[in-house]
Design a protein around this ligand. Structure first.
Ligand SMILES: NC(=O)c1ccc[n+]([C@@H]2O[C@H](COP(=O)([O-])OP(=O)(O)OC[C@H]3O[C@@H](n4cnc5c(N)ncnc54)[C@H](O)[C@@H]3O)[C@@H](O)[C@H]2O)c1
Ligand SMILES: [Zn+2]
Length: 361
């Protein structure tokens, strides 16, 4: 079967996102077809490699495998240094390629290593979580965390190719999978009414990672993101709508030490906060908020927010410099599938929206 192809434009040329069942087991062929890198270095982690390494290696004869520890807490410069060391030991040169096989953490970190090693060698993303397939692998942002905060060091560094195989999602935990679905809902609510309607119609079947209904949905998300980042590579305008749900979402994640919520779960709460705010401002009809709530809630339970204090969230945002002169930027939906960026949201307004979705006043 031919893969589906979505093209992304960048200031330095275009790249393709290829989507198809089984592609991760045919990487050698795919990379040959696209003339990417003679020498290939997979960067992955033990969790992903144990589950999918045999299949990936079978399709990539002679590949060198660089394994780094699993988890967001390892997404920092020391791990990038380990990747550089392994590339040096393997005698990687300007013609080599880094193939990132894993979730968003691997993609961001291996991507940053590729962007900087020898001032940049080819990068191929092979995303293995739903979040990475619909979001992190497309758009060319790579980077790592500093002790002072998430993603504080990074680059815009487009991959040469993104190879997306929905089949690998079959091994994700239900929770991890659902967390990715909330980002899918984000695309629907922020920029695509047809996608939102498809999600409403298919909620039950969607919950099945192995199901066929997923492929068109992942493809649609990639198309949406590709369209947006092609128009605004460096997030100076329209790309900001993809931050829908992320203002409150990030703050909720940070306040709970990145332990209670998966990123997508915090974004789900954040979308409810932003939509509540939009209703309070009279730019969104209440029925649209109700539809969003219903879609989020039918997917399954979200970790609780009732014990979190709105005032602490605001305090955290001040500390993160998200609040400037008492106001903050928030992406507000103006309907199902349309949104705008408000830059004049007051702390009080934001706190009210937080308490309306269930945080403590
Ligand atoms: N670059 C971007 O534009 C962008 C966009 C969104 C998020 N991100 C980044 O992505 C990261 C989050 O990514 P994530 O949610 O994929 O988390 P993750 O990479 O930590 O993956 C989640 C867990 O699932 C495991 N896993 C991966 N694939 C699997 C599979 N097929 N089967 C079973 N387990 C599997 C991972 O090893 C990990 O334990 C964050 O660091 C975030 O900053 C980047
Ligand atoms: Zn996100």
């Amino acid at each position: 079967m031919h893969p589906v192809r979505v093209d992304v434009q960048t200031s330095t040329g275009a790249y393709a996102v290829l989507l198809g069942h089984g592609l991760s087991g045919r990487l050698g062929q795919v990379l040959d077809d696209h003339a990417v890198g003679a020498r290939r270095f997979v960067v992955t982690n033990p969790v992903v490699w144990r589950l999918h390494g045999d299949a990936v290696a079978a399709g990539l004869p002679g590949v060198e495998v660089i394994q780094v520890p699993d988890g967001e807490r390892h997404k920092h410069l020391a791990t990038v240094a380990r990747i550089y060391d392994a590339l040096v030991r393997g005698r990687a040169d300007r013609g080599s390629v880094v193939v990132a096989v894993g979730g968003g953490v691997i993609g961001d970190m291996a991507g940053f290593a590729a962007a900087t090693f020898l001032r940049g060698i080819a990068l191929v993303q092979v995303p293995t979580t739903l979040l990475a397939q619909v979001d992190a692998s497309v758009g060319g942002k790579v980077g790592v965390n500093l002790p002072a905060g998430k993603n504080l060091v990074g680059a815009f560094y487009p991959p040469r190719l993104v190879v997306t195989d929905p089949q690998v999602l079959g091994t994700l935990s239900r929770r991890e999978f659902r967390a990715g679905l909330y980002e899918v809902i984000k695309y629907g609510m922020a920029c695509s009414a047809p996608l939102f309607a498809k999600l409403q119609a298919d909620t039950k079947r969607l919950a099945d990672p192995a199901g066929d209904s997923l492929v068109p949905i992942i493809t649609e998300c990639c198309r949406i993101k590709a369209g947006i980042v092609s128009a605004d590579e460096r997030e100076s305008g329209i790309r900001r709508v993809l931050n829908f749900g992320h203002t409150a979402g990030h703050a909720i994640e940070a306040l709970t030490g990145y332990r209670r919520f998966r990123h997508g779960e915090a974004v789900a709460w954040g979308m409810l906060v932003a939509s509540q705010l939009a209703v309070m401002r009279g730019v969104l009809r209440r029925e649209a908020l109700t539809a969003l709530e219903a879609l989020i809630m039918t997917l399954g339970p979200l970790p609780n927010v009732a014990d979190l204090q709105a005032a602490q969230i605001i305090e955290g945002m001040r500390h993160d410099k998200k609040v400037v002169n008492g106001t903050l930027h928030v992406v507000l939906p103006t309907g199902v599938g349309t949104s705008t960026v408000a830059d004049d949201v007051s702390e009080q307004e934001f706190a009210d929206a937080l308490t309306r979705v269930g945080l403590t006043a």
